[in-house]
Each structure stands twice: as C-alpha cells, then as structure tokens.
Write a protein that binds this ligand. Sequence first.
Ligand code: CP
Length: 298
Amino acid sequence: MKKDLLTLRDITRDELEQIFELAAKLKRERNTSDFKPLAGKSIGLIFAKSSTRTRVSFEVGVSELGGNPLYLDQSKMQVGRGETVADTANVLSRYLHGIVIRTFSHAGVEELARVATIPVINALTDDFHPCQLLADMLTIKEYSGKVDGSIGIAFYGDGRSNMANSLILAAKLTGMQLAIASPERPNLELAGGASNVRWEKDPEAAAKDVDYFYTDVWVSMGCEEDRERRMQIFRPYQINQKIFSLGKSNAKFLHCLPAHRGEEVSADVMDSKASIVFDEAENRLHVQKAVMALLMGK
Ligand code: CP
C-alpha cells in the first residue's frame, strides 16, 4: 500500500530512526553512492509558493536518487483554473511515481493524497512543514547524539504557524521538551495531552533549560496583508543575545530560513558560532532523499 508524508503523524518512532539512519548514510556517501531507488521514476514537484531550499533540495535529491524531477508551477496548472484536486490526482497518478507539493491548503493536500495512487509528500502547507522538522531533528541528532526527552527546545514567534504546529508533533513523537514562546495560545491539542509541550507568554521563561532556540519569520507567505500588526505583537519574542544567554551554556540556534535579521532574530545570534542554520538547511537534502527512497523507491 502506498504511504504519504503529510504531517509527522504519518511517521512512527521506528520509522523516524530508519529515516535518520538512511539520511546519515546518504550524507556520508553522497559523492560515492550508486544507490538509485528512483531510477526510471518521475517525481512531480508542485509549487504554489516561493521556495529556495525546498525546491532545490528536492530537485537535486530526486536526481541524485536516479529519478526525473518535474517542477510544476501550480499557477500554470489547470487546477489553478478550476480543475478539481481529485481529477488532478487521478491524472498525475497515471504519469508520475510520486508527488511533492507545496501549497496553501492542508485540506487540499489531504484530498490530493486520498485520491492519488502514488505517494504524496507535503513540502509545506499553511498548517504543517514535516520535511523541515525531519531536517531539524536530524541536525539535533548530529549535535546532541539523540532526539528525546533530554533535549530542550524553544520556539519563539507565531505559536499557531505551520512551524509551531510541526514542532508540537515532533515533540509528541520524540518526547523533546518543547516551549512555545508566543503571544497567542498555540494549538496545544496537537500534542494530544503530552506533558512535554508548554506555552509560555513570557519569552524569558521559555528560555529555561533550552538546548535549541528556534524561530521563523513573523510574516509568513500568505500573511503579508497583516504585516504591521504581526511585527508589533511578535517584537518581544525576538531571539537576541539577552534571550539566548538564558538558555543552556552550549545552546544552539536553529531557523528554517529564510531569516530576517533584526526581526525574529538579531544578527549577532544568527551569525554567531552557536548558529547551525546552514547545517540544518543542508540536512533538508539528505533527509528528503531518505524519505523519497523509503516512500517512492519501492
Ligand atoms: N525552509 C524552507 O522551506 O525554505 P524555502 O521556503 O526556501 O523552501
């Protein structure tokens, strides 16, 4: 039976370890590997939103696994002119061996996956960004040697964003101690009652025992019209040296990128030795190759 990755709810703890193991191997052997599980396969990459990391890492990843990446601008597809998601899913299933999609509506991606007979990977919706979290967790595993309840992580900013939602699911999956520093209550129901996820209105309180500080832009794609209000309400939640110094002495800084220095993060934190954002970005490639090999390489 085909398997999709729409959120981290689609992955068990054992499968997460399997992804980490394969991603680490693919990373080590990137220049020597003859592992080509996508040989003879075409993977559609549908994008309705801008992207640098996701588009490039998926295109390169499909190629490195021996497959044919097919970039599809959603605004140029018939689905943008009224063709139904279901008809699109049926048609693409006749041509392709897998779909990677970045779009607005998470419900739309769920419908696509429900009808498609080929695996679907969510490359970001308004509600979830699972591939980013897989890369983040691989990075944490590289630096800390584990991803479990001994890890303290704090997210600063929009507690109801796709990144905050995804972090909650990651904490539920792994047991990481997650604090969300945000003016508005996050969607804590996603944690299913797990006691390792908490909301802190006070940004200083959220920094206690933190190994990894995490943030994202305050004005995400689709929120531009609300820019001024968002800049104002999230300003106290900037990750800067003052906040950073309240975490553990060897704390690291994560950001899914792109970053806006002077907004969600100060330049001195973003560009400090504690910042591991480019390792994190690189891991998008390795972890997504592992996911595609496991879901689409059969
Ligand atoms: N983090 C992330 O998804 O980056 P892009 O928007 O550049 O793909």
